[in-house]
Design a protein around this ligand. Structure first.
Ligand SMILES: NC(=O)c1ccc[n+]([C@@H]2O[C@H](COP(=O)([O-])OP(=O)(O)OC[C@H]3O[C@@H](n4cnc5c(N)ncnc54)[C@H](O)[C@@H]3O)[C@@H](O)[C@H]2O)c1
Length: 307
């Protein structure tokens, strides 16, 4: 996708950090920007800053875990701009660090609910409308380099981001026929407010947490992110990905060697087992037959979103 002028872009987490950088970059390209965030004050402040730059911006408070509120929010955005959504940025996310063996259900529900559930809800709300509008578009979800490897202290976060990566890979394999591009952004460290994510934890999931919130730890985290990439620079990489229809957005070159080593460790695991090559070849033939047959069946069916 190359024509950003006048397109409506919805950006979750648009009040801060990565999402705010996306609002600036795509707003400057002429998109009409809807920023969504759970923090109303921060949202109003962000909208005022974007408007000062001359960006056409509309702000909608929303907890992205809330499916009904998503429908109301997108109805409101489409009515405001008198147009359908062409770009969806699933950017809002939260993180907490603590020992995984002390994690509570509330920790899981919060991090998975926002980081994975929020992405699912955004796509479930916006995608059918994009398909019906028939004008193409692009969906970007923000995962993390953390999604490629487990972590003893951010295991829930890593699992949520791993799910977002494979979900977006799956959408990329599904949406080509509709002219809708898909990208998954995997940042390492970005100069944002995410060290304070625990302050966004909702009251309904406040009880019992394994996540560290002592001021020394939060301050150390804050210093780490202060050394990260600028959100505007990151959003320019996302623009490049959209313009060239690239799925994996991996602009943090310093993580390349670690990812390669991790993937090699996974591949080396095959060597731990003695297997029968003839049986493997037979399984492959069964897969090929299944692919041909299911492709034929799929081609004969109407698509539910367009009929
Ligand atoms: N900062 C980094 O180093 C880094 C690294 C990898 C991935 N990421 C990812 O980037 C994305 C953006 O985070 P950021 O670093 O800009 O952090 P941030 O805290 O500056 O911004 C996140 C925004 O999401 C909002 N939010 C939180 N919960 C929400 C909810 N339930 N509904 C709606 N909005 C909600 C927050 O209010 C906040 O404005 C996240 O998905 C994060 O996991 C960040």
């Amino acid at each position: 996708m190359q024509d950003f002028e006048g397109r409506v872009a919805v950006i979750t987490g648009g009040a801060s950090g990565v999402g705010f950088g996306q609002a600036q970059v795509f707003g400057r390209l002429g998109c009409r920007i809807a920023i969504i965030d759970v923090r109303r004050d921060a949202l109003d402040e962000a909208a005022a800053r974007l408007a000062d730059e001359g960006i056409d911006v509309y702000a909608v408070p929303l907890d992205i875990r809330d499916r009904d509120a998503w429908v109301r929010a997108v109805d409101e955005i489409e009515a405001h701009f008198a147009d359908t959504v062409s770009l969806l940025f699933n950017t809002a996310g939260v993180n907490g660090f603590g020992p995984l063996d002390a994690a509570t259900y509330a920790d899981f529900d919060w991090v998975l609910g926002v980081n994975l559930g929020g992405v699912v809800n955004g796509i479930q709300t916006v995608l059918p409308r994009m398909i019906r509008a028939g004008r193409g578009g692009h969906i970007v979800s923000v995962a993390s380099m953390a999604g490629f490897e487990g972590s003893p202290v951010a295991g829930i976060y890593a699992a949520s981001k791993a799910a977002v990566i494979t979900l977006m890979e799956s959408y990329a394999l599904s949406l080509g026929a509709h002219g809708i591009g898909v990208s998954v952004l995997c940042p390492a460290s970005v100069r944002t407010d995410i060290a304070h994510a625990l302050e966004r934890r909702p009251d309904d999931l406040a009880d019992g947490s394994s996540f560290r919130d002592d001021p020394g730890f939060v301050a150390a985290q804050q210093r780490l992110y202060e050394g990260g990439m600028d959100p505007v620079e990151l959003a320019e990489h996302v623009r490049h990905a959209i313009e060239h229809d690239l799925l994996h957005v991996l602009p943090f070159i310093e993580t390349r060697e670690g990812l390669r080593r991790h993937q090699e460790r996974i591949l080396a695991a095959y060597d731990d087992y003695r297997t029968d090559p003839a049986a493997a070849a037979e399984r492959l033939r069964a897969f090929d037959r299944y692919r041909t047959e299911s492709g034929r069946l799929r081609a004969a069916e109407p698509h539910p979103a367009t009929h």
